[in-house]
Design a protein around this ligand. Structure first.
Ligand code: ATP
Length: 269
């Protein structure tokens, strides 16, 4: 999704507790990181520097954007978001000036989080990257990330499904200080995500009694796929004139998701 890079975006009222399936040690590390950001003076006294950049990597739909939004909310920051692809395929100089503009806007509204999704489109390895223009845009990003004191109050968060594609210069500490893997959820994680997405929904008793079964039958699903299961199941219930989602609707939605993934995989062969 392409976003405007010029304005802070409204943040949904999301907290870390609204994101299911994150490994416990990762949640712990994120909490510690946020404490450092929230109290930089105390952290400086014990010799810890606030991080400037965080990289989130993992498969699509696992909650990386949610996590960036929850972090911004937690530290009371304004939220600037752009997709890496918004900086590519442009006229000469436009990519670099968009990068500069994004940082300049965020510096006017600190504390600020700058979130770049699909960062591999912008910060891919230079050798495999798309020529001189892409190189200039990446160089501008590196310059902005190195902005010294003018970057105080700015936290840069980048997300990718392709960490292996990223340029080493971009990943250097001082630019990216923490890297978190956001994996596909395991059974326990899927149960957490299912509980999050069933909150406040009209579901029949048999669904509430089957949360464990649902978690088991959605092996390999991402958080985004689980969330869309409930939407697709609700649409089926409405089509059939019911006002409650039952297990029949969910089984139907699960089958369709599995079928969709299988035919996509076959098309990719
Ligand atoms: P992409 O790599 O494709 O950009 P992403 O990892 O950024 O995906 P999100 O955009 O955060 O994924 O997730 C999309 C939607 O899926 C969320 O708005 C939410 O409804 C649901 N979702 C994804 N992961 C989780 C999760 N871990 N817990 C709860 N809901 C989730």
């Amino acid at each position: 999704m392409k976003h405007s890079t010029s304005k802070a975006l409204p943040l949904p009222s999301i907290t870390l507790d609204d994101i299911g399936g994150l490994p416990d040690e990762m949640k712990e590390e994120i909490h510690q990181t946020l404490e450092i950001i929230k109290d930089p003076d105390r952290s400086a006294k014990i010799g810890i520097k606030a991080p400037k950049g965080i990289l989130l990597y993992g498969p699509p739909g696992t909650g990386k954007t949610l996590l960036a939004q929850a972090i911004a909310r937690e530290i009371g920051a304004s939220f600037y978001s752009a997709s890496g692809s918004a900086f590519t395929e442009l006229f000469v100089g436009v990519g670099a000036s968009r990068v500069r503009g994004l940082f300049e806007n965020a510096r006017k509204q600190t504390p600020a989080v700058i979130f770049i999704d699909e960062v591999d489109a912008l910060a891919g390895k230079r050798k495999q990257h798309g020529g001189e223009e892409a190189e200039k845009t990446l160089t501008e990003l590196l310059v902005q990330l190195d902005g010294g004191h003018s970057n105080d109050g700015i936290l840069f968060i980048a997300a990718t499904n392709r960490k292996d594609m990223l340029d080493d210069a971009f990943l250097r500490p001082g630019r990216i200080d923490f890297t978190f893997q956001v994996p596909l959820p395991d059974t326990k994680g899927r149960k957490e995500i299912i509980s999050i997405h069933t909150k406040g929904k009209r579901l029949s008793e048999d669904v509430f009694a089957s949360l464990n079964t649902l978690a088991e039958s959605t092996s390999g699903f991402s958080g985004a796929q689980i969330s869309s299961l409930f939407e697709s199941a609700s649409r089926r219930a409405v089509r059939e004139g019911r006002d409650e989602v039952d297990m029949g609707d969910l089984d139907y939605a699960i089958d369709r998701t599995i079928l969709g993934s299988t035919s996509r995989a076959l098309n990719d062969l």
